[in-house]
Ligand binder design. Structure first.
Ligand code: SF4
Ligand code: SF4
Length: 100
């Protein structure tokens, strides 16, 4: 299981840097395609995070399906032990990527 930290502040799967999607998929540019924006935006996420107990936070996705060229990519599956995703201007992108 891959440890994943995602700093996206507007995704239905995200609480306090944890992702509960279970299965996520990334584009050729290593952008997360499993992101679902919240109807209430980043403010809604902030309120959900205030309510969330630490014991209910998800650890990691079971599968990271990835289409990016990367040293950790084997047959479109991520083999890194931990990955970090960050908010970009319009996307959420994998920062752990190492271009081969
Ligand atoms: S990894 Fe993707 S699906 Fe998971 S919380 Fe981040 S943006 Fe959302
Ligand atoms: S580390 Fe590489 S293979 Fe894993 S998700 Fe990021 S870009 Fe894809």
């Amino acid at each position: 299981m891959i440890q994943l930290k995602c700093t996206c502040n507007n995704c239905q799967h995200n609480l306090k840097g944890h992702c509960d999607a279970g299965y996520i998929s990334l584009s050729e540019k290593a952008d997360c395609q499993s992101r679902i924006k919240r109807s209430g935006g980043a403010l809604e996420q902030t309120f959900r995070e205030m309510e969330a107990g630490e014991e209910f936070l998800s650890d990691a996705p079971n599968v990271v399906q990835c289409n990016a060229r990367c040293a950790y990519n084997e047959n479109n599956k991520c083999t890194a032990s931990s990955v970090k995703f960050s908010d970009m201007l319009m996307k959420v992108r994998c920062e752990t990527r190492i271009k081969p």
